[in-house]
Structure formats: C-alpha cells, structure tokens
Design a protein. Structure first.
Length: 278
C-alpha cells in the first residue's frame, strides 16, 4: 500500500471523556485537561494508521478555535494543520489528494440526542438539512469527502454519533468512546481502552484506503434557527432565501460551494446573536 496519505479531521466534543461545556471551551481548567485526552485520541489513531501502511498523516484541527491539540505531544510522524479561517474549514486538506479521511471526536447534529450535539453553532441552530436529509457535521463533511473521491475510513464519538455515521458512512469503522445519557452526561471509557479501540479501528480501516470515483452534484442546504432574527440576518446573503419564520435555504452547484455558503450563513447568524436573548 505504497504512498498512502491519510487526513484526520479532529473535533473535540466526541473525544474521550468530554461531556460538558467547560471541557471544550478554550481557557478553562477543564479544557486544559481534555486537550491532553483529545491529543491522546489523535495519537492512538495515528499509530493505527501508520501500523497498517500510512506514509503520511495530516491532522486538521477542527474544533472551535482550532488551536486545541498539543503539538508538543503529537506523534512525531504526523503533521498538524492548526488555526482558523481555512477555506474548507473542518475538511481543509481533503483537496490535497489524500487517500482516506478519519472523522475523530465527532458528535450528533443539531436537534438530535447526543453529547454536546450541534451543527457548527453550539445552540442557535436547531436543524440542518442536506438535500432534505437531516445533516450533522459528519454528513456534511462526508459529502465533501465524496466530492474529492476520498473514503471515510473511521468515525469516532459517542454512540449517537456512531449511529449517525452508519447512515452517511456505512463502510467506515465506528469507535464508540462513550455512551450518551444526556446532552451533558455520558458513560465514558477510560483513555487506555479508547486508545486500543481507536488504534485497532484505524489499522483495520487502512484496507479501504485509496482514491475512489469523485461524486460531484448540485446540493441544497436548509438551516433552521432558534429565533426569527437569525434567519432574517442570514437571508441578506445573496442566494440565501428565507423560507420560514426561522428557516433559510440555498442551492449550490457542488458541495465545496455549498459549504462555503454554509460557513457564511453561520457566521452572519452568530454575529446577530444579542447576549442572553440570543
């Protein structure tokens, strides 16, 4: 399996042990603790990939500030893309000709049960639909991967995230690191056990690595917010139409353009939030 290059899109809400807000908000004591566990999950996955033939692993930091992983503790064989304002956001690097992608630390989408479930915005979005199908970040990113001919090799997170992935990435290895009890509670496996699961899944998944036929098609995304003024704010964007009191929709010729527009919609909506009233 010569020259196999793999990308890891690393989110934090689905990492080992994470269960509540303080675990993933930069600057808190809990965040400092869970940065180490998050980095441990990434390293375990990197080890499994290299054990089964990967020759290059690029880790794209995909959570919030995108400055959470500890570079000084990262497996020395990998490279890390860190920092915000990437054109393809969570999927930056997919365009470089990689042979597979891992969705690490993923979570359920807005409007669904799951530990810290959301889609891009933590609590202003109540639902996202891709081509009329409810869409988590995982589903959106899987459609992006398909456009570049890159198979999704592994998805890790809580049981709800893995249930979601069974639909959008049915051939991927699934790693359940915790069992959702509520949005802020879970039964968690300790890092030593999740490391074994992640390494084994990554190693097994390498037999599916390799470029596949690219799938490019027209897409429609609809977004529902928790307040009408957020839909009104987003609807000022050219091509974005308000289709309900709290809902907007737009069309795009391919998934890359759809995700760029989606990023603008979420950024405009986030900027329209006014304190505790939202």
């Amino acid at each position: 399996m010569p020259g196999m290059r793999i990308m890891i899109s690393a989110d934090m809400e689905g990492a080992t042990g994470v269960t509540w807000t303080e675990d993933v908000i930069p600057g808190t004591e809990q965040w400092q603790r869970f940065r180490r566990l998050f980095t441990g999950d990434v390293n375990a996955t990197i080890a499994g990939l290299f054990d089964s033939g990967a020759t290059d692993v690029l880790v794209n930091e995909a959570h919030s500030s995108q400055r959470n992983l500890l570079l000084e503790d990262l497996d020395g064989r990998a490279r890390m893309l860190t920092g915000r304002h990437k054109p393809l956001s969570m999927m930056q690097g997919i365009e470089t000709g990689v042979d597979g992608v891992v969705f690490l630390g993923y979570h359920a989408g807005a409007g669904f049960d799951g530990v810290l479930s959301h889609t891009y915005l933590e609590n202003q979005i109540t639902g996202v639909w891709l081509d009329d199908v409810p869409a988590s970040e995982g589903r959106l990113n899987a459609a992006m991967a398909a456009e570049y001919g890159v198979p999704v090799l592994v998805v890790s997170g809580d049981d709800k995230a893995c249930d979601d992935a069974q639909d959008y990435a049915p051939e991927a290895e699934l790693v359940t690191v915790k069992e959702c009890i509520s949005r802020y509670a879970a039964i968690c496996l300790p890092p030593a056990r999740t490391a074994e699961l992640l390494s084994s899944a990554a190693s097994d998944a390498m037999n599916r690595a390799g470029r596949v036929e690219r799938f490019t098609t027209h897409h429609r995304i609809e977004v529902e917010f928790d307040a009408s003024h957020l839909a009104q704010a987003a609807a000022v964007i050219p091509t974005v139409e308000q289709i309900g009191v709290r809902r907007v929709g737009f069309d795009a010729p391919d998934m890359t353009e759809a995700m760029k527009a989606f990023k603008i919609v979420t950024a405009i909506a986030a900027g329209a939030v006014q304190g505790i009233y939202g």
